[in-house]
Write a protein that binds this ligand. Structure first.
Ligand code: NAD
Length: 322
C-alpha cells in the first residue's frame, strides 16, 4: 500500500512516517522544509513541496492509497495567539487543496489532523474542567483563529464525504509531546519549552512559567498519538475523535515534575503577562474506547522523562559542537 504523509518534516508527521515505514508501507513524505529531528530513514520518497499550491497536491496524490494530512502552519500558545490571518489562510489552502486533489485522484482514505482547539472556550473556563466530549464542539466558540480553521476543515471533510464520497477520518489531537519535537524558536509547546528551560538552568536558578501555573491540560505521548492514528485509519469510524490523554495536570505541577526528573534544585517564577490559553482542558476518552477499544495510556511521568532526556541530550550535543 502506498501512503502519503503531509507535514512529514514536522513532529507528528515525522513520527508517523517512521511508524508507517517500519510497518512496511510504501511511504511518500512531503513537507515545505526539512528541519525536523526524526532520524532517517522514515520514507521511500522525500519530496519538498508547498501544499498551498493545488498542482503540487494534485501531482502528489496520484496513485496513492491513503493520505495522512498533518501539514499545517502551527505552533504553541505563544504562536497561535499572535498569528491569525496567516494561520487561517495557509491551513485552509492546504486542506482545501489536499481534499480536492485526493478526491479527484481516487484516494481511498483521507486522514485529517484536527485539534482540541476546536472546543468552545465556554467549556474550558475552570481548571477543574469537565473533560471534553466530541459532541461538545458545537455550538462553536474556539478561543483562537487556529481552532476556527480546524473546525472549518472538519466540516469540509464531512462535506467531501457526503457530496463526493471521500472516505475521511478525523482526529482531534490534545497536546501531543515527545522526543524529536521542536523545543525553541517560538513554535514549541509547554512541555518542550519547560524541558528546555530546566535543561538550561543551573542549580538555584529560577525558571519562568507562563500565567499563574494553575491552568490545567492533559498531554498525550507521541507513541500513543501515532498508534491512535493508525487504529483510527483502520477502523470504520468516520466522525471526529479525540486522541488525547485524560491525565489532567496543572502547568505548575508539570514544571515540578520536570525539575524532579532533572535532579536540579530550581524555583518557579510566574509571568502573568504571557498567554496561557484556556483555563482548563482535558480529553474525554469514552468515545475512543468505545469505537477503537483502545485509548492513550502512557503515564505523563514516563513520557516526560523520555522527552526531557532527549531535549537535554540534544542541547548538550549542540553546545559541544559550538
Ligand atoms: P509541526 O509544525 O511540527 O508540523 C507541521 C509541518 O507542516 C511542518 O513541518 C511544516 O513545515 C509543514 N508545513 C507547513 N506549511 C506547509 C506547506 N504549505 N506545505 C507543506 N508543508 C507545510 O506540527 P505537529 O505538531 O507535527 O502537528 C501536525 C498536525 O497536527 C497539524 O495539523 C497540527 O495542527 C495538528 N495538531 C498538533 C497538535 C500538537 O500538540 N502537536 C495538537 C493538535 C493538532
Amino acid at each position: 500500500m502506498k501512503v502519503l504523509v503531509c507535514g512529514a518534516g514536522g513532529f507528528i508527521g515525522g513520527h508517523l512516517a517512521k511508524f508507517l515505514y517500519k510497518k512496511g508501507l510504501y511511504v511518500i513524505a512531503v513537507d515545505i522544509k526539512w528541519d525536523g529531528f526524526i532520524p532517517e530513514p522514515f520514507c521511500h520518497e522525500k519530496i519538498t513541496g508547498d501544499l498551498r499550491e493545488f498542482e503540487v497536491c494534485d501531482a502528489l496524490t496520484k496513485g496513492v492509497d491513503w493520505v495522512f494530512q498533518l501539514a499545517a502552519d502551527m505552533g504553541g500558545i505563544g504562536y497561535i495567539t499572535q498569528v491569525g490571518a496567516d494561520i487561517m489562510k495557509n491551513n485552509a489552502l492546504i486542506n482545501i487543496n489536499m481534499l480536492e486533489a485526493s478526491t479527484r485522484n481516487g484516494v481511498k482514505r483521507f486522514f485529517f489532523s484536527s485539534s482540541a482547539c476546536v472546543y468552545p472556550e465556554y467549556k474550558q473556563l475552570d481548571p477543574n474542567v469537565t473533560a471534553l466530549k466530541e459532541e461538545d464542539a458545537i455550538p462553536a466558540q474556539p478561543d483562537q483563529f487556529y481552532g476556527w480553521e480546524k473546525l472549518f476543515t472538519e466540516k469540509l471533510c464531512e462535506a467531501y464525504k457526503r457530496d463526493k464520497g471521500l472516505d475521511v477520518r478525523v482526529a482531534r489531537f490534545h497536546n501531543i509531546y515527545g522526543p524529536y519535537g521542536v523545543y525553541e524558536g517560538g513554535r514549541e509547546k509547554a512541555p518542550a519549552a519547560l524541558c528546555r528551560k530546566v535543561a538550561l538552568a543551573r542549580d538555584g536558578d529560577e525558571i519562568e512559567i507562563w500565567g499563574d501555573g494553575k491552568q490545567t491540560r492533559s498531554f498525550c505521548y507521541i507513541d500513543d498519538c501515532v498508534e491512535g492514528i493508525w487504529r483510527l485509519m483502520n477502523s470504520d469510524y468516520d466522525q471526529p475523535l479525540n486522541i488525547g490523554s485524560d491525565e489532567l495536570v496543572t502547568i505548575e505541577d508539570l514544571a515540578k515534575m520536570i525539575i524532579e526528573i532533572s535532579g536540579k534544585k530550581l524555583r518557579l517564577k510566574y509571568d502573568l503577562s504571557k498567554p496561557q490559553g484556556v483555563r482548563g482542558r482535558n480529553s474525554d476518552n469514552t468515545k475512543i474506547k468505545q469505537v477503537l477499544g483502545w485509548a492513550p495510556s502512557t503515564p505523563l511521568k514516563v513520557g516526560i522523562e523520555r522527552t526531557y532526556r532527549w531535549i537535554e541530550q540534544h542541547i548538550r550535543e549542540r553546545l559541544r559542537e559550538r
